[in-house]
Design a protein around this ligand. Structure first.
Ligand SMILES: C[S@@+](CC[C@H](N)C(=O)[O-])C[C@H]1O[C@@H](n2cnc3c(N)ncnc32)[C@H](O)[C@@H]1O
Length: 269
């Protein structure tokens, strides 16, 4: 698998829009999964690949002043901009840099491991950072599970489908595991976690929405790479962008698989 720089770099101007869309689309489900772990006052939490910081902010509210929340990212600039009370922000390459000190009650990463070539080491590090009884909540797209829901009712839908699958091909060529989402329950079990639970969520929208905003942020940022790889033409991308603003197609994102499991042992803090 190709080594790569992260394709959707946080330095680019599309990053805040991407994070706002991810928060709007996925935070409710993420929070439901985190609540299921029993998170509460005094918990030590690690949010890896924290992006814009919305989940770390929520964790700090739950853990309170007696708890501790660490938010790490390979590029933490958007975390620093967000100003997150009660959250320690640190630059950290998950799986490559040494693990943070101490043991955690809860470790969470959303849409991080799917992107990184050393995802097996990253998963080992996240699991290794848990105390006995501690929970890992891991959420990732299954990027190949995107073609299933879009209706094909004409040329415009066909173009949307073509461009969306070109983006998937670009991600996979760059080192993304196209079927990572579906492997999460197995990977958690193979990591020695118990009480493994998993579910999938597919956002579907018609017309301008957080779904189209996320597609736009991704396509604007990767436009040059898509064209250079001969996956789509500039004309197709221009038309695609126009259609996202105007065409009332039914458009979806890949399935986000949310999986959780805990280390055997002590359950209470
Ligand atoms: C798609 S964003 C998801 C952000 C956030 N977790 C969310 O769901 O809203 C991926 C994030 O992972 C970060 N990232 C990429 N590679 C990483 C690595 N090797 N270690 C830590 N963070 C990484 C990126 O900088 C980016 O902030």
């Amino acid at each position: 698998m190709a080594e790569q720089n992260y394709l959707l770099d946080n330095a680019e101007q599309q990053a805040p829009s991407r994070f706002a869309s991810l928060e709007a689309l996925f935070d409710p489900g993420t929070i439901r999964n985190l609540v299921a772990t029993g998170i509460g006052p005094g918990w030590r939490c690690w949010e890896a690949g924290a992006g814009g910081g919305s989940v770390a902010r929520w964790m700090a509210g739950q853990a309170g002043p007696s708890g501790y929340v660490l938010a790490t990212d390979i590029d933490p600039r958007r975390l620093a901009e967000a100003g997150l009370p009660g959250v320690e922000v640190r630059q950290h390459d998950t799986g490559r840099d040494p693990a943070p000190d101490g043991e955690f009650d809860l470790v969470h990463a959303r849409l991080v491991l799917v992107h990184i070539p050393h995802r097996a080491e990253a998963l080992r590090q996240l699991v290794g950072a848990l105390r006995p009884g501690g929970w890992l909540v891991l959420e990732d797209f299954d990027v190949r599970a995107i073609g299933t829901f879009a209706e094909q009712r004409g040329d415009e839908d066909a173009l949307l489908g073509k461009v969306v699958s070109a983006f998937t091909d670009l991600l996979v060529a760059g080192g993304v595991d196209g079927e990572y989402g579906r492997s999460l329950p197995r990977l958690l079990e193979e990591s020695g976690l118990i009480d493994v639970h998993a579910e999938g969520y597919v956002p579907i929208a018609r017309g301008p929405s957080a779904v189209t905003d996320l597609h736009l942020a991704n396509f604007v940022q990767t436009r040059d790479q898509l064209i250079a790889a001969n996956l789509v033409t500039a004309t197709e991308l221009d038309r695609f962008t126009e259609l996202l603003h105007t065409h009332r197609a039914t458009l979806n994102l890949p399935m986000l698989v949310s999986a959780r499991g805990r280390v055997p042992g002590r359950v209470t803090t």
